[in-house]
Design a protein around this ligand. Structure first.
Ligand code: NAP
Length: 237
């Protein structure tokens, strides 16, 4: 996370705010002074978190696999909070099964949520981000990926494929005209970074340059976050 001064006064959207990383991110953003729209399907959980956070939070129940519903949610959020300048596209589903016996409906759910839903979320707010950036203010798009986007695990072929798509999408966002002047940027999971142009970030932050996921002597930003030669255990969710 960036410091509170950077987040104070921001208008954020967090998908998957009913549990886990999304709920924690929403709490953190609100505690740093941001207004936060909380998105997810379980309305009771959204309302519970909004009550906990206070007036800075707005619960908006939505299934992000429904593009029209996402656009309607974006309109509701703009009415309530104004233009959005920070989007954390976090909602995701991880379902494990051997490829040969998996239920294809579970594939649809993962692709629909982890990829399509993330795309709908980003597209619904990108005009807000661009307008904010054009005003010289910080605007950030955080796409929550996974270590599974960079390496494979038994029984997680489709999940890791969706997260590989998120990683590649993030690199692709870095090539858009809005980002071209700033180069690629990475950040920790569900973090934001100040910028004068919309930023695309993915988690985990593991590369020193597009396509580089290994420690290398040429890497100017080699840190402990660089991929370990020992594969970590499968992701939990
Ligand atoms: N936890 C980890 O160790 C880990 C590791 C690597 C990557 N990640 C990634 O981090 C993100 C969050 O993971 P987590 O562990 O916090 O997961 P989680 O606790 O299972 O939460 C997933 C969230 O996604 C929401 N969601 C799922 N389908 C949705 C849909 N169709 N529409 C709207 N919201 C939907 C859920 O809300 P509702 O059910 O209420 O809709 C829930 O709030 C995911 O993208 C995951 O792939 C997690």
């Amino acid at each position: 996370m960036t410091d509170n001064n950077t987040l104070s006064g921001r208008v954020a959207v967090v998908t998957g705010a009913t549990s886990g990383i999304g709920a924690a991110t929403a709490r953190r953003l609100a505690s740093a002074g941001a207004s936060v729209a909380l998105l997810g399907r379980r309305e009771d959980r959204l309302k519970g978190l909004a009550d906990e956070i206070g007036t800075a939070a707005v619960p908006v129940a939505v299934d992000i696999t429904d593009q029209d519903a996402v656009y309607a949610a974006a309109a509701t959020i703009r009415s309530a909070l104004g233009p959005v300048d920070l989007v954390v596209a976090n909602a995701g589903v991880m379902l494990a099964a051997p490829f040969e016996s998996a239920q294809t409906i579970e594939w649809d759910q993962m692709i629909g949520t982890n990829l399509n839903g993330l795309l709908y979320t980003a597209r619904a707010f990108v005009d807000d981000l661009l307008a904010t950036a054009a005003d010289g203010k910080a605007a950030d798009l955080v796409l929550v990926g996974s270590v599974g986007g960079h390496q494979v695990f038994p029984n997680y072929a489709v999940y890791t494929a969706t997260k590989a798509a998120v990683a590649h999408l993030t690199r692709g966002c870095g090539q858009t005209s809005a980002r071209a002047a700033y180069g690629s940027r990475t950040s920790s999971r569900a973090s934001s970074a100040p910028s004068s142009a919309p930023g695309c970030s993915t988690a985990p932050s593991a590369r020193c340059s597009p396509g580089c996921f290994r420690p290398c002597r040429r890497c100017p930003r080699r840190t402990s976050r660089t991929r370990s030669p020992t594969p970590p255990p499968p992701p939990r969710a």
